[in-house]
Design a protein around this ligand. Sequence first.
Ligand SMILES: [Zn+2]
Length: 284
Amino acid sequence: MDWLLYALVALLWPSPAPPAPPGQGVTIPLDPLASDQSGPLPRVTPARGDNPPLVVIDAGHGGQDPGAASPFTDRPEKDITLAIALAIRDALAASGRVRVAMTREDDRYLVLEDRYAIARRLDADLFISIHADAAPENDRARGATIYTLSEVASDREAALLAQRQNAADRVGGARMSPDPNVNLILIDLAQRESMNVSAEFARLLYREAAPVFPFRPDWHRFAAFIVLKAPDIPSILFESGYLTNETDAAYIDSAAGRREIAEGMRRAIEAHFARRGLRRGAGA
Ligand SMILES: [Zn+2]
């Protein structure tokens, strides 16, 4: 989509600084006050080939934030999400087609902005946040759900982001302008492309995983989750099942359940990158 961004810049902004060549986007601080941009980056598992794509797996919650509790298992959501995330990481690493990094590999607290900031600093191609649902008032609710960023949330975030950028920043490979109005268009385009790719990945994941484990009837939902707000990285939040449903809780907290979820994820992630022919740093 870079050509489209540049075409728009040329139309709207007669004498722009030359656009950066694709693939040389640098990580920008989305909100320097809210997130740590200088901390150590997590390790990245290797993969075969030139510039294999990079997926960041985010185990929801952690440390002082236990997430949801279950009446059916002693383990809080933060432990269950970490175990599932590690299983996905291991399945991808064993297959060796994509590189993987985790936002956390142990029981530690991360603010939400730091989670996608890690993905942006690593120039990741896909961001997946793992969670487990809870519906204390309805113990029959069960099944997995895939969330992507809602339209309203993305509009609001793009407007805020446009105000915060400076000329040295880039989103989706496009250099930011001193003019917030131009930035709004650039960020909006990058965000829209990311939302399209996120929805495409959501459909692939459903296709690969629904034969293996249950999804909710309305398996694709939209929300303003903070972790989904990187404007230039396709992102999903995966609710693996309900901790408040006995069958779901037993499944997502079992070795067999983790293995099947990890396998569905691995197939979907590899199919996603194979389909897109995406290379690391080749633009959104
Ligand atoms: Zn959660």
